[in-house]
Design a protein around this ligand. Structure first.
Ligand code: C6P
Length: 417
């Protein structure tokens, strides 16, 4: 091991963090759980679990509707959570934080509102070859209906964006450049400033899929300079069923609503309706109230730990894991070196199917993900159908990396026989 011995303060902080996540106490197949599937969804700390519990026990009521005490308490807690989430990503106003179910729904919202109103034959939408399906399929569905062209920035053999053709790919026809901030397979941290600048030079709008960045590193939506930024609550210690679309105010004001129904209207007549103000225009029906409140508790918790600390900790884990995993016979890591990636490593192990590998590791209590990770075009690009992936979060330890590597070595032995 080449890492320095951690300081006593660090050891204590990590122990305190781990104590906040009850699931980390459990065993799987008689072994302590080692949870390395954080890019799929993260575990939840006590403050989040308690916020959900308290809502259901003490003030469960619908929001924005009632004048009774419970409804007022629920509305205040829900809207206060929105305010704290806005501050977490430095959105200028909570009105620009639209609650959705997840990052996927946020992208679909933009596609079906902004996209439908602004895209047509002759226009181009530019994505990348490393996108999650949620930033490919909505545009393909819309493309069939509206007749615009969907183009993509290709990948280099190192797992980064090949920007050599960027000047041609971004042109006067480009109306939107939509790309992932941190790849959920390659770990690549994309050059946001360069891509935003290229889009701006032709007046195109920018959407950033920040599902794998907001949970792990400080993200300032204003500094990113995008028009839309999307992320999911469940990947950042929050509950499932709540996600965010941040949007530039003028654009959100102009965009037509997404879904129609209660809460998103100002006035309804049988002859027609008028829409509610932001953010409610995009939030039809009873929202995910407990989940919104839970996400508020999650950002408080992440702030308390320190997002800078989380990022640094993940950097330490990924550097160490990269170094150790590189030494496993037949193991091939996808994507760039540790300095250019977030806290995850997707890989293949010669002679072992990723699903078999995940099943073997599970017998040791180690949870990793195997499959195409909802990024089939990316896997096609590298001539693969699936990969295995270990992804880290604030509660993971260097010892857990050691156990992962030991498990991988065991798998090599088993399958080499
Ligand atoms: N990636 C993974 O295991 P949702 O499902 O809407 O919460 O998140 C979608 C999504 C969008 N963009 C990126 C970069 C993502 O990684 C994900 C979710 C999970 O990699 C589940 S497939």
């Amino acid at each position: 091991m080449t890492t320095q011995a951690p300081s006593p303060d660090f050891v204590q902080k990590l122990a305190e963090i781990r104590a906040q996540f009850p699931v980390l106490e459990r065993e799987v197949h008689g072994k302590p759980l080692i949870y390395l599937d954080n890019a799929a969804t993260t575990q939840k700390p006590l403050p989040v679990i308690q916020a959900l519990d308290e809502y259901y026990r003490r003030y469960n009521a619908n929001v924005h509707r009632g004048v009774h005490t419970l409804s007022e308490e629920a509305t205040a807690a829900y809207e206060n959570a929105r305010l704290r989430i806005a501050r977490f990503v430095n959105a200028p106003s909570p009105k620009q934080v639209i609650f959705t179910r997840n990052a996927t729904e946020s992208i679909n919202l933009v596609a079906h509102t902004w996209g439908r109103a602004n895209l047509g034959p002759g226009d181009e939408v530019l994505i990348t070859e490393m996108e999650h399906h949620s930033n490919i399929v909505p545009w393909q569905i819309l493309q069939e209906q509206l007749g615009f062209t969907l183009r993509h920035i290709p990948l280099t053999s190192q797992g980064t964006l090949d920007l050599s053709q960027l000047d041609g790919l971004v042109n006067q026809r480009t109306k939107l450049v939509s790309f992932v901030h941190v790849s959920n397979v390659l770990g690549t941290v994309n050059p946001v400033a360069r891509l935003v600048e290229a889009a701006r030079s032709v007046g195109a709008k920018v959407l950033i899929d920040a599902a794998q960045s907001v949970p792990h590193m400080p993200v300032d939506v204003q500094a990113l300079g995008a028009d839309f930024v999307v992320f999911s609550g469940h990947k950042m210690a929050g509950p499932t069923g709540i996600g965010v679309l941040y949007g530039r105010r003028e654009l959100l004001e102009e965009m037509p609503p997404f879904l129609g129904g209660g809460d998103m209207i100002r006035e309804v007549k049988l002859s027609g309706s008028r829409w509610n103000a932001l953010p409610y225009k995009f939030e039809a029906g009873t929202p995910s109230i407990a989940q919104g409140i839970g996400l508020g508790a999650a950002v408080d918790y992440l702030n308390q730990v320190g997002v800078d600390w989380i990022w640094e900790h993940e950097r330490t884990l990924v550097r160490y894991a990269y170094e150790q995993m590189s030494q496993v016979e037949g193991l091939r890591i996808l994507g760039p070196g540790p300095e250019e990636r977030g806290g995850l490593i997707a890989f293949t192990l010669e002679g072992v199917h990723p699903h078999d590998l995940a099943a073997i590791l599970d017998m040791d209590g180690i949870a990793i993900r195997a499959g195409h990770h909802c990024a089939q075009p990316l896997h096609d690009r590298y001539g693969m159908v699936a990969s295995a992936r270990a992804s880290f979060y604030l509660y993971n330890t260097l010892e857990e990396v050691d156990k992962l590597v030991a498990g991988l070595e065991k798998a090599v032995d088993v399958f080499a026989l």
